[in-house]
Design a protein around this ligand. Structure first.
Ligand code: NAP
Length: 253
């Protein structure tokens, strides 16, 4: 890690839902590559602990409480970032909820609303607040899912919201061009808290590994590396794309 390149030196990166799991891994990676990172999640304690861990690795970090579906929190996230750093170069929209394991037609209206609000609408609203502060060369990465390509089983409606992010990536890439690139990462299964109801089940985990060409689950570092690439100038001619990071799990041609 010490010898890592510094693609984000002098840059400011906001990562939502970043006090653990994939979001934390992304914040850590961007920070180790020189970014000042703004981390956030719903709970102050989680924000404080994650910020401390990142500082211990020599990363410049600002921690803000932000439940992504709370308008005031979103405003504070952007305002505090601008107050402290004066610019936004990268936004990674990583928050998601999966409040129901029911079939789509059995899912309560309140759960459908929550899925839309957190997984899709909040991403749009955060970018709406951030966009006025993003200049030429800036970049957005949305975190979708392999489930967006094949919405099925107990995750079907969650998958559909992740499919929406594939379309949102294309639409926003066009809307935010040419100054801001917008891309997307579609992770395969990563054994985080979010996925634990799947990955901690031995039989399901085995089945997932079996249909993954590389025969293993993903890691937060795998997702962070792909996100950092898309957010960096190494991807300066790439916009509107989704990178599937799922070890060869069937997705699209
Ligand atoms: P995770 O390890 O459970 O971490 C979730 C993080 O989000 C925590 O920091 C949590 O902190 C925060 N959070 C939860 N709800 C929030 C909200 N409404 N507003 C703000 N922060 C919130 O989850 P993960 O597996 O890393 O998932 C991250 C993203 O990857 C999601 O978009 C998910 O759909 C996607 N993904 C995950 C997998 C997988 O297998 N893990 C696969 C494909 C895609 P607080 O509790 O303090 O809020």
């Amino acid at each position: 890690m010490e010898k890592m390149g510094k693609r984000f030196q002098g840059k400011v990166a906001i990562v939502t839902a970043s006090t653990m799991g994939i979001g934390y891994g992304i914040a850590e990676r961007l920070g180790l590559e020189g970014a000042s990172v703004v981390i956030s999640s719903r709970k102050q304690k989680n924000v404080d602990e994650a910020a401390e861990k990142l500082r211990a690795r020599g990363i410049e970090v600002l921690g803000v409480v932000c439940h992504v579906s709370n308008e005031q929190h979103r405003k504070q996230l952007i305002d505090q970032t601008i107050q402290k750093y004066g610019r936004i170069d990268v936004v990674v929209s990583n928050a998601a909820a999966n409040p129901s394991v029911d079939a789509i037609l059995e899912t309560k209206e309140s759960a459908l609303d929550k899925l839309w609000e957190i997984n899709v609408k909040a991403a749009i609203l955060i970018l709406k607040d951030a966009a006025p502060h993003m200049q030429k060369g800036s970049s957005v990465v949305l975190i979708s899912s392999i489930a967006g390509y094949q919405p099925q089983g107990s995750m079907a409606m969650y998958g559909v919201t992740k499919t929406a992010l594939l379309g949102l990536t294309k639409a926003l890439a066009s809307e935010m061009a040419p100054n801001t690139r917008v891309n997307c990462v579609a992770p395969g299964f990563v054994p985080t808290h979010f996925a634990s109801y799947i990955t901690s089940n031995k039989a399901i985990r085995g089945a997932i590994e079996e249909r993954t060409l590389l025969n293993r689950l993903g890691t937060t570092e795998d997702m962070a590396a792909a996100t950092a690439f898309l957010a960096s100038d190494d991807a300066s001619y790439i916009t509107g794309e989704t990178l599937v990071v799922a070890g060869g799990t069937p997705s699209r041609l």
